[in-house]
Design a binder for this molecule. Structure first.
Ligand code: SF4
Length: 186
């Protein structure tokens, strides 16, 4: 529900859905028309169709038991690597890294990586790095912390590095060196 959607915008829809369809069986047994009607105004209607289809799969093929690991979550319609990693780590404490735009930014700045994130191989590289850093006994907290850090502190434009916990002398030296090198070329 929150793909490309702010929490404030999605919350009323989440509340309506959970009121009208309190269990996965209620959602699975609803008609597509009912589901789309409740979704009206939220856009990206394929999400509603995928949610409905997944509810049917879980209700009718899995006995109402939601998959509890990354590989099985990936088999659900509409669930990609990002969503599967988020659910598996937040809900089941599985050590799989969540790699979104915030994570790309934090890691590339902190480690001074030049990798172009548009490249197909970039995701693999950042996922491997995040995996290496992740404490295996607390993947949920690590994933949520790095995503939140990117969203609130290490923001895309003009982050306030002067108050950043990672702004230690070695990082500062590196940034200053980079700035000096850039200044030299202009
Ligand atoms: S020092 Fe600045 S660039 Fe580095 S992690 Fe902190 S906010 Fe991001």
């Amino acid at each position: 529900m929150l793909q490309q959607t702010r929490v404030a915008q999605g919350t009323p829809y989440f509340l309506s859905f959970t009121t009208v369809f309190p269990t996965v069986f209620d959602l699975a047994n609803a008609s597509e028309e009912q589901v789309l009607k409740l979704w009206q105004g939220l856009g990206y209607y394929s999400r509603a169709r995928n949610l409905h289809k997944t509810a049917q799969t879980v209700a009718h093929e899995m006995g109402g038991i939601f998959p509890d690991n990354y590989d099985d979550l990936l088999k659900l319609k509409g669930v990609g690597e990002y969503t599967a990693a988020a659910i598996a780590s937040f809900s089941y404490n599985e050590a799989v890294p969540v790699v979104d735009g915030n994570v790309f930014r934090v890691l590339s700045r902190y480690f001074d990586l030049e990798t172009d994130i548009a490249q197909a191989s970039a995701k693999k590289e950042f996922a491997a790095l995040a995996s290496e850093l992740m404490p295996k006994d607390n993947p949920a907290q690590f994933n949520q912390a790095i995503m939140e850090f990117g969203a609130l502190q290490c923001v895309p434009k003009s982050p306030n590095c002067s108050i950043c916990v990672f702004n230690n002398s070695s990082i500062r030296d590196m940034l200053q060196r980079k700035k000096w090198e850039t200044d030299k070329t202009v």
